[in-house]
Write a protein that binds this ligand. Structure first.
Ligand code: 0A1
Ligand code: ZN
Length: 873
């Protein structure tokens, strides 16, 4: 008989828990062959439960149950049963203490959920449902408990023993062992539990809160990384101050700890008072970390810290509400990053991810609303939709209410629901209450999947001097949702006159936010002297696809005149897109003068924010061009983009050289301020464009920069330029000397892998297979797997989509192998195959065949089963 397939669970089936846990006492005895976990739970029936006589049902996965007691008495074998992933205890009193003892094997845990070993240390990852791999528990976020945790381990191997809250006791035991006891005064769901035991270096700092309390900050890392802590701690202090200033949120414990681990499925985790980070998302020093790396770390440290309020103090009722904490926290970290640097550049970066990857997700087989209605495996829903689109939804609420009302709404939300597990409806209700704005229609953003399309047309009548804008909105069908109701869309616009000046709008300002709520709406502007140029969707005020019939001249005009920085950049992107799309459809390989002239103007512009200029110099990516195509011809897109780059580089050689030289940095110490970063980006962008054309002088500059670099941005910038250049020998030499220099540093080796797997010059399939044989590669380490296999399938598109289907077959092989080790990573890695609808019939057939092979290959994890089966519908 066929084994039962994993079944979906539904939001509509939510019921309050039958039991509550008032107190959780845990005792860990850590050994080299495994760990014993004793748990004592103070349980009582939930007065709000709809089943007053329910048995106690606890979640548990891969636990060896060694004893079970109620109020100190061993439970009879007939009274309890373990079936699948549940322990059921029947005929329990209304209030009692349950003690269980289990044995687990962290050393054999390769899925990196629950308690596991990363290099020499023990660590945990409990979100979403990892706690059930540690002990039997009611593993759901609306069960919130106080925790007291005792850890016992060998003192020389694990001198540092950490858990949530405050350390209340510590001491020495027999046989070279020692112990520590931690108590967390805040009630929390078990997904926020954490434990770390290891031989770690600790760097300390302090933060004084606005009310004058001293908080001790500690960063724990392996000893070899002791000199990579500064930036994480600086970022943490900035985040703490910012959350006080902007949201009035103070930290609530005496100590805040960050631990860096090398083996981690995601970026980082907001465990109460004990954040655990993927090494690549927190460790930094100038010699090994790029400017992008620095900025990413600052943002992720902030994100995890902000969760202390948006996620921990107020948490999610159930996992369908995941965006309650994630969308809101991503919005908060985006505001923070904008405040720390350039808000326009931050917006450009966020919208780039959204339009390239989230829109693709919204249009793919796993498409789901910001608040999903069902899922098979929750780990599959830590998505760009829940995170990034969820943040866009919060951003739109901010736009609709204005900063002041939004702050009142967030204050109300935090005070009303402090210590509770709530829903996205509760969040929106607070925003409605303080503003008096009806968000009923707006809430469709949480319920309906898919990216809305807004088609804009306009008409100017010189006789009446009226200008009419018409908006038509629609939303494509998505799985399980064929018909969509209109969204409430805040749509920001401006109008430019012939000289490039903003025209005053009816609201008295130069930008106005329209409320689009109907399938079709028009707006007429009076007394407009001449045909204006519309600046549409300023700041990307809503996550929609915008359609308007731009002329190339209008785009070039907006590129230099729009007062909205985001739209200036976007006009340049649109111009380049139209040019490349024309080349693709008409077969021509000439780059029109208008694009060259527009780029010339950008390069020579030393007035505008140089960080924005650097962004404007980069052509839209292949991924985005694919996203925009109905049927993407990957090889053709690659070819046309390469040619466009080379021709721009050739035509603008002198300007690029001047730009490179203008941005040479003085020999002063490396700094990560906005201007220095912009200069390095510009210089490296210019270098790369020049090298692509085979320019010998630029080759020498690249080699010199590579040799002399005192920071990773310059060194890898030069290396990247060489990798993308036609100079094969120099490229090979530089790659190998780079590895020799950095082989002992994992974070740099990951960058070295990515650089090679991400492009066809160094990452054809044979080379990828060779990288996987490299001594530094380890398929059990998610960062290494992502940097070789993930980067190959997501960025090296001509090789992944090779005509013979070899890229697809390769990915399928890797996914099958990984699923047995780490289902979360396997199910993420398979994503590129699920996007088969984008490609030609032949490609579609090959991709589906690869998916079929995965599906029929044996027992899949629920993670991989969900993604693969939904992709083949
Ligand atoms: N809550 C974390 C992300 C995270 C989610 C799941 C994890 O394991 C499955 C780990 C981390 C955040 O938003 O940063
Ligand atoms: Zn988060």
């Amino acid at each position: 008989m066929k084994e039962a397939q994993p079944q979906p669970i539904y939001l509509r089936d939510y019921r309050p828990p039958a039991f509550l846990v008032d107190h959780t006492e845990l005792e860990f005895d850590l050994y080299e062959e495994g760990a014993q976990v004793v748990s004592r739970l103070k349980l009582r029936r939930n007065p709000d439960s709809d089943n007053a006589r329910a048995s106690l049902v606890l979640d548990g996965v891969e636990l060896e149950l060694r004893s079970i007691m109620i109020d100190g008495v061993e439970v009879d074998a007939e009274r309890y049963s373990v079936e699948g992933e549940h322990l059921e205890v029947r005929d329990v009193p209304d209030e009692f203490e349950l003690e269980t003892q289990v044995w687990i094997k962290p050393q054999e845990n390769t899925c990196l959920e629950g308690l596991y070993k990363s290099s020499t240390m023990f660590c945990t990852q409990c979100e979403a449902e990892g706690f059930r791999r540690i002990t039997y528990y009611i593993d759901r976020p609306d069960v919130m408990s106080l925790f007291r945790t005792t850890i016992r381990a060998d003192q020389s191997l694990y001198p540092v023993l950490l858990s949530n809250g405050n350390e209340v006791e510590a001491g020495v035991l027999e046989d070279g062992r020692h112990f520590a006891v931690w108590e967390d005064p805040h009630r929390k769901p078990c997904y926020l539990f954490a434990l770390v035991a290891g031989d770690l270096h600790c760097q300390k700092d302090v933060f004084v809160t606005s009310s004058g309390r001293e908080v001790e900050l500690r960063m724990y890392v392996e000893h070899r990384n002791a000199n990579k802590c500064d930036h994480g701690l600086i970022s943490l202090k900035k985040s703490m101050a910012w959350d006080e200033d902007v949201y009035g949120r103070e930290y609530d414990l005496d100590v805040f700890m960050i631990v860096a681990v090398d083996d981690f499925n995601m970026g980082a985790m907001e465990n109460k008072g004990l954040n655990i980070f993927n090494s690549s998302c927190v460790l930094a020093k100038p010699e090994t970390t790029t400017d992008n790396g620095y900025q990413r770390i600052e943002a992720i440290v902030a994100h995890e810290y902000f969760h202390n309020w948006s996620g921990n103090r107020v948490t999610c009722r159930d996992w369908f509400q995941l965006s309650l904490k994630e969308g809101f926290t991503v919005f908060r970290d985006a505001q923070f990053s904008a405040d720390m640097g350039s808000d326009t550049v931050k917006r450009i970066e966020d919208v780039t991810v959204l339009r390239t990857a989230q829109f693709a997700e919204d249009a793919g087989p796993m498409s789901h609303p910001v608040r999903p209605a069902s899922f098979i495996e929750i780990s599959n829903f830590y998505t760009l939709t829940v995170y990034e689109k969820g943040a866009e939804v919060v951003r739109m609420i901010h736009t609709l209410l204005g900063a002041e009302k939004f702050r009142q709404g967030s204050d109300l939300y935090f005070s009303r629901f402090d210590g509770q597990a709530v829903t996205t409806d509760d969040f929106v209700a607070c925003m409605e209450e303080v503003s008096g704005i009806d968000l009923t229609q707006f809430k469709r953003w949480y319920e309906q999947a898919g990216t809305p399309v807004i088609r804009v047309t306009d008409f100017y009548d010189p006789d009446t001097r009226e200008y009419r804008l018409t908006f038509r909105q629609s939303c494509p069908a998505t799985p399980q949702q064929t018909e969509k109701l209109p969204f409430h869309i805040p749509f920001a616009i401006g109008l430019l006159d012939a000289s490039g000046q903003d025209i005053a709008l009816p609201n008295g300002a130069t930008t106005q936010v329209l409320h689009l709520t109907e399938p079709e709406q028009s707006l007429v502007f009076q007394n407009i002297e001449a045909q204006p140029v519309p600046s549409l969707l300023r700041g990307f005020s809503a996550p929609v696809r915008l359609e308007y019939n731009w002329s190339l001249e209008q785009l070039k005009f907006l590129m230099s005149h729009d007062s909205d920085g985001f739209n200036r950049w976007d006009a340049g992107q649109k111009l380049a897109i139209v040019v490349m799309q024309n080349m693709i459809s008409d077969g021509s390989r000439d780059v029109p003068e208008i694009l060259i002239e527009a780029y010339r103007k950008v390069i020579n512009d030393t007035e505008t924010d140089q960080a924005l200029i650097a962004k404007m110099l980069s052509l839209p990516t292949e991924q985005y061009l694919i996203e925009l195509a109905d049927e993407a011809d990957v090889q053709l897109i690659h070819q046309v983009r390469e040619i466009t780059q080379e021709k721009l580089g050739g035509a603008l050689r002198e300007e690029l050289k001047a730009c490179f030289q203008r941005n040479v940095q003085s020999s002063e110490a490396y700094a990560v301020d906005a201007l220095s970063i912009a200069k390095r980006t510009l210089r490296n962008t210019a270098l790369q464009m020049l090298l692509k054309t085979g320019d010998e002088e630029a080759l020498q500059w690249a080699l010199d920069q590579f040799q002399a670099a005192s920071n990773m941005t310059d060194q890898i910038g030069a290396l990247a330029a060489l990798v993308h250049s036609p100079f094969e020998n120099d490229r090979a030499q530089a790659l190998s000397s780079f590895y020799d220099q950095w082989q002992s540093d994992n974070q740099v080796v990951e960058q070295w892998f990515s650089l090679q797997s991400g492009n066809p010059k160094t990452g054809h399939l044979q080379a990828i297979k060779a990288l996987m044989q490299h001594a530094a590669f380890d398929i059990r380490n998610p960062n290494k797997t992502r940097s070789v296999i993930g980067v190959f399938a997501n960025q090296n598109l001509t090789c992944f989509h090779a005509e013979d289907g070899s890229g697809y077959e390769f990915l399928a092989d890797q996914v099958i192998q990984l699923d047995a080790l780490n289902p979360q990573i396997a199910s993420r890695l398979v994503t590129p195959l699920t996007r088969w609808r984008k490609y030609s019939e032949v490609r579609q057939g090959q991709m589906k065949l690869a998916l079929q092979r995965i599906k029929s290959g044996g027992k899949l994890s629920p993670d991989l089963f969900e993604v693969v089966s939904k992709s083949l519908v």
